[in-house]
Write a protein that binds this ligand. Structure first.
Ligand code: APR
Length: 270
């Protein structure tokens, strides 16, 4: 299988596997790119990225929700519909397999994601969510959690943009006069404190930091690699396209679904 990669990339995968097998504290940060091969659009990829086709400031900020809650709610309902039938790909599976493997070794692996889908969990991983969860809701005013959406209630028959129902009803909070919103971190909002603290600790204490499928443009998450580097960690990046991340020690420029199974196969064999 390694033969499918170029000799240079094959050598880099082997170098990464050796490094990872020799270290104990590993921290991984995933972004939208890891779910791309499951059919979930990323945010910034040309043509297909959500922020290439929609304005984030109209849909993913507290101001946007205050201005037009129906629009924002409908858009997230559409995103739920888009994700409802998606399943983990070989990258999620390989990561879950590695995490399982480390339970009987002295390696400590902390998986952090910026993704709001639950494909890591579906694959069997334990994961820290920095940007919330697409299936959870809470009140936009009193913050009380509201019942989660069930993926089964979303028909995946038509998830085209035309199917966005802009008359989708808003839900009133049973405790105050606020509207229910998705439990997602929007631009300008703070990250969940506990999740962020756990992520910072893992990044600061790791020996290797792996960045997978993220453009490394959105802070504070993008700063975790820098924090790891400042504390002496080696940085590995898995992304078919270049990113502004200039502190990378090993670049594996291929899709996560191709690299991760090969990498994990090699690490666990060493
Ligand atoms: N494997 C690995 N990487 C991939 C793949 C793939 N199959 N396909 C695309 N990528 C890479 C792209 O090259 C890009 O660098 O994934 C990255 C996706 O970047 P973004 O769309 O910017 O997604 P992300 O980094 O997760 O965005 C961060 O921005 O809008 C917010 O809250 C949202 O969590 C999100 C945050």
């Amino acid at each position: 299988m390694l033969a499918e990669l170029s000799p240079a990339l094959t050598a880099e995968v082997q170098r990464a596997a050796k490094l990872l097998a020799s270290k104990q504290r590993i921290c991984l940060l995933t972004g939208a790119g890891i779910s791309a091969e499951s059919g979930i659009p990323t945010f910034r990829d040309k043509q297909t990225g959500l922020w290439e086709n929609y304005a984030a400031e109209d849909l993913a900020t507290p101001d946007a929700f205050a201005r037009d809650p129906k629009l924002v709610w409908s858009w997230y309902q559409w995103r739920r519909q888009l994700v409802a039938d998606k399943t983990p790909n070989p990258a999620h599976d390989a990561l879950a397999q590695w995490q399982y493997h480390t339970q009987s070794s002295d390696q400590q692996l902390t998986l952090i994601t910026q993704n709001v889908d639950d494909l890591h969990e579906q694959a069997g991983s334990t994961v820290i969510h920095l940007h919330g969860n697409l299936w959870r809701n809470r009140c936009s005013q009193c913050e009380t959690p509201y019942q989660s959406q069930s993926r089964d209630s979303y028909s995946s028959e038509d998830s085209s943009e035309d199917s966005i129902d802009f008359n989708e009803g808003l839900i009133d909070c049973p405790h105050c006069d606020g509207y229910i919103r998705p439990d997602i971190v929007w631009f300008g909002e703070s990250l969940p404190a506990q999740a962020w603290q756990a992520a910072e600790e893992a990044a600061a204490n790791c020996e290797v930091f792996i960045s997978i499928g993220t453009s490394s443009l959105v802070y504070p998450a993008a700063g975790l690699a820098q924090l790891a580097k400042q504390n002496g960690a080696k940085i590995i990046e898995i992304n078919p396209d270049p990113t502004p991340n200039t502190i990378v020690d090993i670049t594996l420029a291929e899709k996560a679904g191709v690299i991760m199974p090969l990498l994990i196969q090699q690490i666990t064999a060493l």
